[in-house]
Design a protein around this ligand. Sequence first.
Ligand code: ZN
Length: 345
Amino acid sequence: MMRPLRRIEALLALCLTTSAAVGCGHTAISPTVEQAQKLPADAAASRLTALIAKDQRVAEIAWRLALSNADLCPVTRLRAGWVLQSAGQYSTELRPVAERQYGLQGDLPGILSAPLNSPARAAGLRPGDLILAIEGEPLNSGAGGGRESYDGLQANIDRLNSAAVMGPMSLTVRRNGTERAVAVMPVQACAYVTQVEVRDDLRALSDGRTIFLSARIVDVAQDDHQLAFLLAHELAHAVLEHATVPDVQGERGALNTSLSLRRGLSSRAESDADTLGLYLLTRAGFDPRLAMQFLNAYAATAPGARYPQINLRGVYPSIPDRHRALEPVVSEIIDKQASGMPLIP
Ligand SMILES: [Zn+2]
Protein backbone atom coordinates (compact mmCIF):
# COMPACT_ATOMS: atom_id res chain seq x y z
CA MET A 1 0.00 0.00 0.00
CA MET A 2 1.15 3.50 -0.74
CA ARG A 3 1.57 5.73 2.27
CA PRO A 4 0.27 9.26 2.02
CA LEU A 5 3.46 11.18 2.75
CA ARG A 6 2.71 13.70 0.06
CA ARG A 7 2.94 16.65 2.43
CA ILE A 8 6.69 16.12 2.56
CA GLU A 9 6.96 16.55 -1.18
CA ALA A 10 4.89 19.72 -0.89
CA LEU A 11 7.30 21.09 1.64
CA LEU A 12 10.34 20.24 -0.44
CA ALA A 13 8.92 22.24 -3.34
CA LEU A 14 8.08 25.04 -0.95
CA CYS A 15 11.62 25.22 0.45
CA LEU A 16 13.04 25.46 -3.05
CA THR A 17 10.79 28.38 -3.98
CA THR A 18 11.19 30.32 -0.76
CA SER A 19 14.97 30.00 -0.65
CA ALA A 20 15.11 31.21 -4.25
CA ALA A 21 12.94 34.20 -3.34
CA VAL A 22 15.02 35.07 -0.32
CA GLY A 23 18.32 34.52 -2.07
CA CYS A 24 17.66 36.23 -5.42
CA GLY A 25 14.40 38.16 -5.37
CA HIS A 26 15.07 41.15 -3.12
CA THR A 27 18.37 42.82 -3.92
CA ALA A 28 17.11 46.34 -3.14
CA ILE A 29 16.05 45.64 0.44
CA SER A 30 18.03 43.44 2.74
CA PRO A 31 15.42 41.52 4.78
CA THR A 32 15.63 41.62 8.55
CA VAL A 33 15.96 38.34 10.43
CA GLU A 34 12.26 38.51 11.34
CA GLN A 35 11.21 39.04 7.74
CA ALA A 36 13.43 36.23 6.55
CA GLN A 37 11.90 33.87 9.10
CA LYS A 38 8.35 35.04 8.49
CA LEU A 39 8.38 34.48 4.76
CA PRO A 40 8.57 30.66 4.82
CA ALA A 41 5.87 30.50 7.53
CA ASP A 42 3.45 32.59 5.41
CA ALA A 43 4.29 30.56 2.34
CA ALA A 44 3.79 27.34 4.30
CA ALA A 45 0.39 28.56 5.52
CA SER A 46 -0.87 29.40 2.04
CA ARG A 47 0.54 26.21 0.57
CA LEU A 48 -1.17 24.12 3.27
CA THR A 49 -4.46 25.99 2.87
CA ALA A 50 -4.47 25.39 -0.89
CA LEU A 51 -3.62 21.73 -0.44
CA ILE A 52 -6.37 21.16 2.10
CA ALA A 53 -8.93 23.05 -0.01
CA LYS A 54 -8.16 20.61 -2.84
CA ASP A 55 -8.54 17.63 -0.48
CA GLN A 56 -11.91 19.02 0.64
CA ARG A 57 -13.13 19.55 -2.92
CA VAL A 58 -12.31 15.94 -3.79
CA ALA A 59 -13.76 14.62 -0.51
CA GLU A 60 -17.20 16.11 -1.26
CA ILE A 61 -17.49 14.46 -4.69
CA ALA A 62 -15.93 11.16 -3.58
CA TRP A 63 -18.39 10.83 -0.67
CA ARG A 64 -21.39 11.58 -2.89
CA LEU A 65 -20.30 8.82 -5.29
CA ALA A 66 -19.55 6.33 -2.50
CA LEU A 67 -22.91 6.93 -0.82
CA SER A 68 -25.11 6.95 -3.92
CA ASN A 69 -23.61 3.78 -5.38
CA ALA A 70 -23.43 1.58 -2.28
CA ASP A 71 -25.87 -0.89 -3.89
CA LEU A 72 -23.52 -1.46 -6.85
CA CYS A 73 -20.19 -1.66 -4.97
CA PRO A 74 -18.97 -5.22 -4.29
CA VAL A 75 -17.25 -3.97 -1.11
CA THR A 76 -19.14 -1.67 1.25
CA ARG A 77 -18.81 -0.82 4.91
CA LEU A 78 -20.37 1.42 7.55
CA ARG A 79 -18.58 4.77 7.25
CA ALA A 80 -18.67 8.20 8.86
CA GLY A 81 -17.66 9.83 5.56
CA TRP A 82 -14.99 12.07 7.06
CA VAL A 83 -11.47 12.65 5.84
CA LEU A 84 -8.94 12.89 8.68
CA GLN A 85 -5.50 14.45 9.09
CA SER A 86 -2.93 14.74 11.87
CA ALA A 87 -0.13 17.12 12.85
CA GLY A 88 2.23 14.13 12.84
CA GLN A 89 1.78 13.54 9.12
CA TYR A 90 3.25 16.95 8.34
CA SER A 91 6.89 17.97 8.16
CA THR A 92 8.35 20.05 11.01
CA GLU A 93 7.96 23.21 8.91
CA LEU A 94 4.27 22.67 8.05
CA ARG A 95 3.34 21.17 11.43
CA PRO A 96 3.04 24.44 13.43
CA VAL A 97 0.75 25.84 10.72
CA ALA A 98 -1.37 22.68 10.76
CA GLU A 99 -1.59 22.85 14.57
CA ARG A 100 -2.55 26.51 14.59
CA GLN A 101 -5.03 26.49 11.70
CA TYR A 102 -6.70 23.13 12.31
CA GLY A 103 -6.25 22.50 16.04
CA LEU A 104 -4.20 19.37 15.35
CA GLN A 105 -2.09 17.63 17.98
CA GLY A 106 0.35 14.76 17.46
CA ASP A 107 -1.21 11.71 15.81
CA LEU A 108 -4.76 12.51 16.95
CA PRO A 109 -7.22 12.53 14.02
CA GLY A 110 -8.55 15.97 13.10
CA ILE A 111 -11.46 16.55 10.76
CA LEU A 112 -10.15 17.68 7.36
CA SER A 113 -13.55 17.25 5.70
CA ALA A 114 -17.05 16.34 6.86
CA PRO A 115 -18.80 16.18 3.46
CA LEU A 116 -22.42 17.10 2.81
CA ASN A 117 -24.80 14.20 3.64
CA SER A 118 -22.12 12.35 5.60
CA PRO A 119 -22.74 11.03 9.13
CA ALA A 120 -19.81 13.20 10.24
CA ARG A 121 -21.60 16.33 8.98
CA ALA A 122 -24.92 15.17 10.46
CA ALA A 123 -23.17 14.82 13.83
CA GLY A 124 -22.10 18.47 13.60
CA LEU A 125 -18.41 17.75 13.00
CA ARG A 126 -16.42 20.27 10.96
CA PRO A 127 -12.83 21.03 9.94
CA GLY A 128 -10.81 22.02 13.02
CA ASP A 129 -12.42 19.42 15.31
CA LEU A 130 -10.00 16.98 16.94
CA ILE A 131 -11.07 13.45 17.93
CA LEU A 132 -9.62 12.65 21.36
CA ALA A 133 -11.38 9.41 22.35
CA ILE A 134 -13.85 6.78 21.24
CA GLU A 135 -16.28 5.16 23.70
CA GLY A 136 -14.27 6.92 26.43
CA GLU A 137 -11.02 5.22 25.33
CA PRO A 138 -8.35 7.80 24.44
CA LEU A 139 -6.84 7.58 20.98
CA ASN A 140 -3.04 7.54 20.78
CA SER A 141 -1.60 11.05 20.42
CA GLY A 142 1.89 9.69 19.70
CA ALA A 143 5.25 10.79 21.03
CA GLY A 144 5.11 14.23 19.40
CA GLY A 145 7.96 15.88 17.55
CA GLY A 146 10.24 13.92 15.29
CA ARG A 147 9.92 13.09 11.63
CA GLU A 148 6.65 13.21 9.77
CA SER A 149 4.80 9.92 9.68
CA TYR A 150 1.31 8.78 8.71
CA ASP A 151 1.58 5.56 10.75
CA GLY A 152 0.24 6.97 14.03
CA LEU A 153 -2.75 8.55 12.32
CA GLN A 154 -3.38 5.35 10.36
CA ALA A 155 -3.47 3.33 13.62
CA ASN A 156 -6.10 5.72 14.99
CA ILE A 157 -8.08 5.59 11.72
CA ASP A 158 -8.01 1.76 11.91
CA ARG A 159 -9.53 1.95 15.42
CA LEU A 160 -12.24 4.35 14.27
CA ASN A 161 -13.01 2.18 11.22
CA SER A 162 -13.30 -0.94 13.41
CA ALA A 163 -15.70 0.92 15.68
CA ALA A 164 -17.73 2.28 12.75
CA VAL A 165 -18.53 -1.19 11.40
CA MET A 166 -20.16 -1.98 14.78
CA GLY A 167 -22.64 0.89 14.36
CA PRO A 168 -23.19 4.13 16.32
CA MET A 169 -20.02 5.67 17.77
CA SER A 170 -19.57 7.90 20.78
CA LEU A 171 -16.64 10.28 20.37
CA THR A 172 -14.94 12.86 22.54
CA VAL A 173 -14.09 15.84 20.36
CA ARG A 174 -12.18 19.05 21.06
CA ARG A 175 -13.14 22.31 19.32
CA ASN A 176 -11.50 25.63 20.22
CA GLY A 177 -10.20 24.14 23.48
CA THR A 178 -13.61 22.82 24.61
CA GLU A 179 -14.34 19.10 24.83
CA ARG A 180 -17.72 17.70 23.87
CA ALA A 181 -19.39 14.31 23.30
CA VAL A 182 -20.41 13.62 19.70
CA ALA A 183 -22.56 10.70 18.51
CA VAL A 184 -21.90 9.52 14.96
CA MET A 185 -24.23 7.09 13.13
CA PRO A 186 -22.21 5.48 10.30
CA VAL A 187 -24.00 4.56 7.08
CA GLN A 188 -23.32 1.95 4.41
CA ALA A 189 -21.20 3.27 1.54
CA CYS A 190 -18.70 1.97 -1.00
CA ALA A 191 -15.59 1.01 0.94
CA TYR A 192 -13.06 2.78 -1.31
CA VAL A 193 -11.36 5.93 -0.09
CA THR A 194 -9.74 8.68 -2.16
CA GLN A 195 -6.40 10.41 -1.67
CA VAL A 196 -4.93 13.44 -3.38
CA GLU A 197 -1.20 13.07 -3.99
CA VAL A 198 1.06 16.09 -4.23
CA ARG A 199 2.67 15.39 -7.57
CA ASP A 200 2.96 17.36 -10.73
CA ASP A 201 2.04 14.71 -13.28
CA LEU A 202 -1.42 13.80 -14.56
CA ARG A 203 -2.25 10.62 -12.75
CA ALA A 204 -5.33 8.81 -11.50
CA LEU A 205 -5.35 5.22 -10.38
CA SER A 206 -7.34 2.72 -8.40
CA ASP A 207 -5.61 -0.13 -6.58
CA GLY A 208 -8.91 -1.74 -5.61
CA ARG A 209 -9.00 -0.13 -2.15
CA THR A 210 -7.88 3.44 -2.62
CA ILE A 211 -8.34 5.88 -5.49
CA PHE A 212 -5.27 8.10 -5.93
CA LEU A 213 -5.47 11.40 -7.80
CA SER A 214 -2.50 13.65 -8.44
CA ALA A 215 -3.05 17.26 -7.37
CA ARG A 216 -2.48 18.33 -10.97
CA ILE A 217 -5.17 16.12 -12.49
CA VAL A 218 -7.66 17.43 -9.91
CA ASP A 219 -6.95 20.93 -11.25
CA VAL A 220 -7.80 19.81 -14.79
CA ALA A 221 -11.44 19.28 -13.75
CA GLN A 222 -13.12 22.67 -14.23
CA ASP A 223 -16.21 21.98 -12.13
CA ASP A 224 -17.77 19.35 -9.86
CA HIS A 225 -19.34 17.46 -12.78
CA GLN A 226 -15.95 17.08 -14.47
CA LEU A 227 -14.30 16.04 -11.21
CA ALA A 228 -17.10 13.48 -10.81
CA PHE A 229 -16.17 12.05 -14.24
CA LEU A 230 -12.58 11.54 -13.11
CA LEU A 231 -13.53 10.01 -9.75
CA ALA A 232 -16.41 7.90 -11.11
CA HIS A 233 -14.14 6.40 -13.79
CA GLU A 234 -11.72 5.24 -11.07
CA LEU A 235 -14.60 4.09 -8.84
CA ALA A 236 -15.91 2.08 -11.81
CA HIS A 237 -12.53 0.29 -12.09
CA ALA A 238 -12.91 -0.63 -8.40
CA VAL A 239 -16.55 -1.70 -8.81
CA LEU A 240 -15.63 -3.84 -11.84
CA GLU A 241 -12.73 -5.27 -9.82
CA HIS A 242 -10.15 -4.44 -12.45
CA ALA A 243 -7.52 -4.80 -9.71
CA THR A 244 -4.67 -2.35 -10.20
CA VAL A 245 -5.42 -0.08 -13.12
CA PRO A 246 -3.13 2.95 -13.23
CA ASP A 247 -4.45 5.52 -15.65
CA VAL A 248 -1.18 7.11 -16.61
CA GLN A 249 -1.38 9.24 -19.67
CA GLY A 250 1.27 10.99 -21.67
CA GLU A 251 3.77 8.12 -21.59
CA ARG A 252 4.54 6.26 -24.76
CA GLY A 253 6.25 2.91 -24.53
CA ALA A 254 7.34 0.38 -27.10
CA LEU A 255 4.69 -1.99 -28.33
CA ASN A 256 5.79 -5.58 -27.80
CA THR A 257 4.10 -8.94 -28.08
CA SER A 258 3.04 -9.24 -24.46
CA LEU A 259 1.47 -5.80 -24.70
CA SER A 260 -0.38 -6.62 -27.89
CA LEU A 261 -1.79 -9.70 -26.17
CA ARG A 262 -3.15 -7.42 -23.46
CA ARG A 263 -4.41 -4.70 -25.77
CA GLY A 264 -7.98 -5.89 -26.24
CA LEU A 265 -8.55 -6.52 -22.56
CA SER A 266 -6.97 -3.26 -21.50
CA SER A 267 -8.89 -0.93 -23.81
CA ARG A 268 -12.12 -2.80 -23.02
CA ALA A 269 -11.46 -2.23 -19.31
CA GLU A 270 -11.09 1.48 -20.06
CA SER A 271 -14.30 1.78 -22.07
CA ASP A 272 -16.18 -0.30 -19.47
CA ALA A 273 -14.95 2.06 -16.73
CA ASP A 274 -15.97 5.09 -18.82
CA THR A 275 -19.48 3.68 -19.38
CA LEU A 276 -20.11 2.57 -15.80
CA GLY A 277 -18.52 5.80 -14.52
CA LEU A 278 -21.16 7.87 -16.34
CA TYR A 279 -23.89 5.80 -14.68
CA LEU A 280 -22.29 6.11 -11.24
CA LEU A 281 -22.01 9.88 -11.44
CA THR A 282 -25.57 10.28 -12.75
CA ARG A 283 -26.81 8.21 -9.80
CA ALA A 284 -24.98 10.65 -7.54
CA GLY A 285 -26.85 13.61 -9.07
CA PHE A 286 -24.22 14.87 -11.51
CA ASP A 287 -24.99 15.70 -15.16
CA PRO A 288 -23.40 13.17 -17.55
CA ARG A 289 -23.26 15.72 -20.41
CA LEU A 290 -21.38 18.26 -18.30
CA ALA A 291 -19.23 15.54 -16.72
CA MET A 292 -18.06 14.31 -20.14
CA GLN A 293 -16.51 17.73 -20.75
CA PHE A 294 -13.68 16.52 -18.53
CA LEU A 295 -12.35 14.71 -21.62
CA ASN A 296 -12.01 18.04 -23.47
CA ALA A 297 -10.32 19.71 -20.51
CA TYR A 298 -7.98 16.75 -20.26
CA ALA A 299 -7.11 16.79 -23.98
CA ALA A 300 -6.33 20.52 -23.73
CA THR A 301 -3.89 19.83 -20.88
CA ALA A 302 -2.35 16.63 -22.25
CA PRO A 303 -2.32 17.01 -26.07
CA GLY A 304 -0.94 13.46 -26.44
CA ALA A 305 -4.25 12.12 -25.12
CA ARG A 306 -5.82 12.95 -28.49
CA TYR A 307 -4.11 9.77 -29.68
CA PRO A 308 -4.20 6.23 -28.30
CA GLN A 309 -1.68 5.92 -25.47
CA ILE A 310 0.53 2.89 -25.10
CA ASN A 311 2.58 2.41 -22.00
CA LEU A 312 3.89 -0.43 -19.89
CA ARG A 313 0.51 -0.89 -18.25
CA GLY A 314 -1.62 -1.19 -21.34
CA VAL A 315 -3.34 0.65 -24.13
CA TYR A 316 -5.60 3.64 -23.60
CA PRO A 317 -8.06 4.81 -26.26
CA SER A 318 -7.77 8.35 -27.60
CA ILE A 319 -9.93 11.12 -26.17
CA PRO A 320 -11.93 11.49 -29.45
CA ASP A 321 -12.61 7.73 -29.41
CA ARG A 322 -13.75 7.92 -25.78
CA HIS A 323 -16.00 10.84 -26.67
CA ARG A 324 -17.57 8.95 -29.60
CA ALA A 325 -18.10 5.84 -27.48
CA LEU A 326 -19.75 7.80 -24.66
CA GLU A 327 -22.23 9.88 -26.72
CA PRO A 328 -24.72 6.95 -27.06
CA VAL A 329 -24.20 6.07 -23.38
CA VAL A 330 -25.24 9.58 -22.35
CA SER A 331 -28.37 9.34 -24.56
CA GLU A 332 -29.18 5.95 -23.06
CA ILE A 333 -28.81 7.32 -19.50
CA ILE A 334 -31.02 10.33 -20.27
CA ASP A 335 -33.69 8.06 -21.82
CA LYS A 336 -33.64 5.75 -18.80
CA GLN A 337 -33.93 8.72 -16.45
CA ALA A 338 -36.87 10.12 -18.41
CA SER A 339 -38.75 6.82 -18.37
CA GLY A 340 -37.94 6.06 -14.72
CA MET A 341 -35.91 2.95 -15.52
CA PRO A 342 -33.17 1.84 -13.12
CA LEU A 343 -29.85 3.58 -13.81
CA ILE A 344 -27.69 0.57 -14.47
CA PRO A 345 -25.79 -0.25 -17.68
ZN1 ZN B 1 -9.09 3.87 -16.38
